[in-house]
Design a protein around this ligand. Structure first.
Ligand code: HEC
Length: 199
């Protein structure tokens, strides 16, 4: 029964195409929906303005939030070498936030909260540690018998040291920590495989 209704109705609409009846319907529909376009445009503009100026939601902002200690870190490791602002510097700044305020900036990947004694990468690692880790990464780990990338080490720490979850290697929560480590390694002029105290 229902099989018949569907072909019937589509045949009917195909038949009426181009006829006066359907043209009349078209005009009527336009009249009834004319207000929808300005409403939708208004909603879109409203969303853009709200997200930029009012919401304060972090995902809508391209600049990183300046957390306590960033200016000192920036001066100590001469991050301005890479420019005062720009994608790389912002990524390093996000890396700084991730490492020092992990519970806040990587809350998706850690169960730690501000109330925990150890709640950030910085609880266990200095920026120098990460820089040395960076220049020694992507090489064979004799214990594991395979190559371990910097990203894998960070993922390991998210899972084990932070009691959390494992991000993909492409996640900014990994990538921006890598860029931070790279910037610090550059400042310390570490060569590939440099070992602490052996320069
Ligand atoms: C509770 C302490 C602790 C926390 C918190 C922690 N780590 Fe680690 N991390 C370690 C330990 C211990 C090792 C060394 C493991 C080994 O020797 O195999 C390590 C190793 C690493 C390494 C490999 C290079 C190296 O120094 O051995 C990197 C990179 C790293 N951690 C990054 C991070 C990042 C990024 C975070 C935050 C998301 C973090 N860690 C949080 C304890 C911690």
């Amino acid at each position: 029964m229902s099989e018949q209704t569907i072909p019937d109705s589509s045949a009917a609409s195909a038949d009426s195409q181009g006829s006066q009846g359907s043209a009349g319907k078209q005009v009527a529909r336009n009249g009834a929906t004319a207000w929808k376009t300005p409403l939708m445009v208004g909603l879109m503009f409203g969303l853009v303005l709200w997200s930029h100026y009012v919401s304060g939601v972090r995902v809508f902002r391209s600049e990183s939030v300046s957390e306590p200690g960033w200016e000192k870190f920036r001066a100590d490791y001469q991050i301005d070498y890479f420019g005062e602002d720009g994608q790389f510097v912002r990524a390093v700044q996000n890396g700084y936030n991730l490492v020092n305020y992990t519970y806040k900036y990587a809350s998706r990947f850690t169960r730690k909260t501000a109330a925990d004694h150890v709640h950030s990468c910085a609880s266990c690692h200095t920026p120098e540690d990460l820089a040395y880790g960076f220049v020694n990464s992507d090489r064979m780990d004799p214990k594991l018998g395979r190559r371990v990338s910097f990203e894998d080490r960070v993922r390991w720490c998210y899972a084990n040291s932070m009691g959390g979850f494992v991000p993909t290697i492409y996640d900014p929560a990994i990538r921006d920590i890598r860029l931070l480590a790279r910037a610090v390694a550059h400042n310390l002029q570490l060569s590939e495989g440099a070992i602490r105290g052996e320069e």
